[in-house]
Design a binder for this molecule. Structure first.
Ligand code: LLP
Length: 437
């Protein structure tokens, strides 16, 4: 993946940095992000979009996948827009100097405070999820004397998952205005009558880890019919956001689409389905995982190794579901190698356990590795998306550090939490302090 290779010492190297050295210098568990690869992935989306010359395209990064100050700097430098889903993600972007007008706000339950903050900051757009939010948004915008530009989030009745999609009349989802029942059109109609909002377009996001262009093209077909209805009613759309969800290769079984292929399919479908339109809409895509997923590697130190005779060998590492919740939550599959002995060919099958007090805290079942022993450095690949961003302090484990590596340089982008950090927000009520010495 990316700039990874095996160096002369037989160590895994990423971004020109020896990962065994990184583990020594920064400690483990450690999230290592390949900055060059992140930039390349962004550029591949931008380039594929630019090659579709019939359209104006814009690429946004879905920051929920991995959002830190340094990451926002990279997104800014690469010229992408930014999708945020909370005040926390918004504040991170603003603190990094990300231009507010290139940010838009997702989410199914934006608070009044969040909306106020975003409008005051001069955010580009809101993706409005439901009728309650639409009303709240117009109220807040009016009270601030502003007009909020909006896209409507539509639930189009297509659900895509890894290697499959289903089409339903209605989508039973907490997100978005239902298309089939006419809610989405009703929202467009209502928003046109409101003073504090300006209706500009439609959005749909049909799922994650998608491997077929059909899921996108079907959804676009449905969105086009809604757009046509809107245009006939006198409110044409200028933006069509088709969401994210572009699949990546976690393991050899995953066969992701080439970025060019999926962008081309999207462009061709929009061209075909929007023949009715006086003006073709701008197309937006908002990948998260496809930008950062493969660029991340987590380094762990191996601790205990135990054999259940005749059944299995457990290799425990110094992290687990606290830094990578995905195996426990989604049965997600990961691949790994021994960073300090990456060239050894004699292997045995082991299972990688986390250190949390929970049987489900297993990172990888049945993987072939060289004979693993205490002190080895295990590198788990493809951990750039939804790992750091979903990390927790379960069992009061401090969250790991995050570093960017690039051309032989390694920089901290998130400091490792300390045990002081872990207890920093705890308070002892007076009546429980009496017995303390
Ligand atoms: N846009 C919207 C409106 C979304 O809800 C999402 C993801 C994305 C874009 C980015 O999707 P991506 O390109 O990253 O697949 N925690 C889960 C994934 C949750 C995705 C939620 N929404 C995981 O670890 O797989």
């Amino acid at each position: 993946h990316g700039t990874s290779r095996i160096n002369r010492q037989g160590h895994l190297e990423i971004g020109g940095c020896d990962t065994v050295e990184l583990a020594k210098r920064f400690g483990t568990p450690l999230y290592v992000m390949d900055e060059e690869m992140i930039r390349e992935r962004m550029r591949s989306f931008v380039k594929a979009c630019r090659e579709q010359t019939d359209f104006a395209f814009r690429v946004a990064y879905a920051s929920k996948a991995f959002n830190t100050l340094a990451m926002c700097r990279v997104v800014e430098e690469e010229g992408l827009m930014l999708d945020v889903v909370s005040e926390g993600e918004l504040v991170t972007a603003l603190a990094a100097g990300f231009p507010a007008e290139r940010i838009y706000f997702h989410g199914n339950n934006k608070s009044k405070g969040e909306i106020k903050r975003a409008i005051s900051a001069g955010i580009g757009w809101f993706v409005v999820d439901n009728f309650v939010e639409l009303e709240l948004l117009q109220q807040v915008a009016n009270s601030l004397g502003q007009v909020a530009r909006i896209l409507l989030r539509v639930s189009p009745g297509i659900e895509a998952h890894t290697h499959s999609y289903i089409q339903t009349g209605q989508e039973d989802s907490k997100f978005g205005f239902d298309l089939a029942s006419g809610q989405a059109f009703e929202a467009a109609r209502l928003s046109k009558k409101m003073k504090g909002v300006q209706f500009e377009g439609l959005h749909c996001h049909i799922g994650s880890q998608i491997f077929e262009t059909e899921a996108f093209t079907l959804a676009i077909g449905k969105m086009a019919r809604l757009a046509e209805q809107c245009e006939q009613a006198g409110y044409p759309i200028s933006i069509l956001n088709v969401g994210g969800g572009f699949g990546i290769r976690y393991s050899a079984d995953d066969k992701p689409l080439a970025v060019e292929e999926v962008i081309q399919a999207i462009a061709e479908t929009v061209k075909r389905e929007f023949r009715f339109a006086a003006h073709q809409p701008e197309i937006w895509v908002e990948p998260g995982r496809a930008v950062v997923g493969e660029a991340g590697t987590t380094l762990y130190t191996v601790g205990t190794v135990k054999k259940v005779p005749g059944i299995r060998k457990y290799v425990a590492v110094d992290g687990g579901m606290t830094d990578n919740l995905r195996p426990a939550l989604y049965q997600a599959k990961y691949e790994a190698l021994l960073a300090n002995r990456a060239t050894e060919t004699e292997t045995e099958v082991v299972s990688i356990a986390g250190k949390c007090c929970e049987s489900g805290d297993m990172l990888i079942w049945d993987i072939a590795l060289p004979k693993v022993k205490q002190g080895d450095i295990l590198a788990v690949g493809c951990t750039g998306a939804y790992n750091y961003s979903m990390a927790s302090n379960y069992n009061r484990l401090p969250r790991p550090a995050v570093i960017f590596v690039n051309k032989g340089e390694a920089d901290i982008v998130v400091e490792r939490e300390t045990l002081e950090d872990v207890i920093a927000h705890d308070r002892i009520p007076m009546r429980l302090q009496k017995q303390m010495v």
